[in-house]
Write a protein that binds this ligand. Structure first.
Ligand code: KG4
Ligand code: ZN
Length: 365
């Protein structure tokens, strides 16, 4: 039987809703709308939780109206609501959860609390049909960078993780130093496309260590040092605005710095992913890559060059989005909390990662 499901994502700075129909592991998207707070947050230099929450509140209702109108479906047909409850910023998470509960009150739909990290990886199922387990999940986003053996939709064993910044954070913090503003991953990706990645040699954290853990603090410090010696490269707000409109107008040296910096971030992912295979008995385990940084064009190329069995989530489902939340929620339908019990759900007490029997094993729910 087909299930009409609404996915709600508000864990950070994207307000995103998706209405889809799900049957036997396959989701068909009916309508999908996202409001990104990028331009608003650029003024503040990053995510301010109170401002993000306020914007989610403002945008949720208009987006809800739009997704139902676009899909030409009525709210009474809604059977399942999947909402991100963990991890994320508490205020923003609560705005989405409150919308989920309000909708449940009107429709008596059940709610599935969705884990954002698993949803990023399981988003592969939006374009490739049903996932088979186990697979090696590579999550590269603004808040997380990790390698995990995913044995089911609720279980992962962490094989390696960043010890400091996430890959997206390394892009964003580097972008801030360069004067590109927040967030910077996408624009560095575009600028790097015109640059020489061999121009400057930035270091790879934990390069010679036999570990699948990563570290991005060194590459960031090297960029800071490089810019202290070459301060003329740091953009003024006017130069930044021109470059955001047309990246090709940046100086060649600036493009080279972006390409070299991106090369170091991506190299670390490739090297440590190889290490995860080497240090664990993973044989030819298929690889699934998701999260905002998985949009990166250079990373996508390098993954395909270096690994045989690798699937990368479609760029439109990589950055935070309601489609991945709806799809993941449908995979967990049997765990949905029925009405009215779902009204008691809070943003922290369900689908929390717990330690499993093995070291580094996380059990969700
Ligand atoms: O998954 P996501 O939307 O949010 C989190 O769950 O953190 O990821 C956002 C991150 C930001 O750090 C952003 O700079 C980065 O993804 N990002 C990119 C690209 N597009 C987004 N990084 C590199 N290249 C891109 N094309
Ligand atoms: Zn995310």
């Amino acid at each position: 039987m087909k299930t009409l499901c609404l996915g709600i994502e508000t864990s950070c700075d994207d307000t995103s809703l998706c209405l889809l129909e799900h049957e036997n592991g396959t989701s068909s998207i009916l309508s999908f709308k996202t409001f990104s707070q990028e331009t608003i947050l650029r003024e503040w230099g990053g995510v301010v939780p109170e401002i993000a929450s306020r914007n989610h509140l403002e945008k949720l209702l208009p987006l809800l109206k739009q997704v139902f109108e676009d899909a030409q479906r009525s709210i009474d047909e809604l059977k399942l609501i999947s909402v991100t409850t963990h991890p994320g910023l508490l205020g923003p998470l609560l705005t989405g959860l409150n919308m989920a509960k309000t909708l449940a009150l009107f429709t008596k739909a059940s709610i599935v609390p969705a884990n954002h990290l698993m949803a990023h990886l399981e988003a592969i199922g939006l374009t490739q049909g049903y996932n088979s387990y186990p697979y090696l999940g590579v999550l590269v986003s603004g808040g997380h960078t990790l390698f995990a053996k995913v044995t089911g939709p609720l279980e992962m064993e962490i094989l390696g993780t960043t010890l400091d910044d996430a890959a997206g954070e390394a892009f964003d913090k580097g972008g801030k130093l360069l004067g590109l503003g927040y967030p910077a991953g996408r624009i560095i990706d575009l600028l790097a496309g015109y640059g020489n990645k061999e121009a400057i040699s930035f270091p790879i954290g934990l390069k010679d260590k036999k570990t699948a853990n990563l570290s991005y603090s060194g590459v960031k410090t090297q960029l800071r040092n490089y810019l202290e010696k070459n301060p003329e490269l740091i953009l003024t707000p006017d130069q930044r605005d021109l470059i955001l409109k047309d990246p090709s107008v940046a100086s060649q040296e600036f493009k080279d710095v972006c390409a070299s910096y991106q090369h170091a971030i991506v190299n670390a992912i490739i090297l440590k992913l190889k290490m995860a295979f080497e240090l664990n008995d993973l044989k030819e385990l298929p690889i699934v890559v998701g999260g905002g940084v998985a949009c990166n064009r250079y990373l996508r190329i390098r993954l395909k060059e270096n690994f045989k069995n690798v699937s990368v989530v479609e760029p439109k489902y990589c950055t935070d989005n309601g489609a991945m939340i709806a799809h993941y929620g449908c995979l967990l339908q049997e765990l949905a909390i029925p009405f009215p019990k779902c009204l008691g759900l809070d943003a922290r007490d369900r689908i929390i990662s717990k330690r499993g029997e093995k070291e580094n094993q996380l059990v969700l729910n």
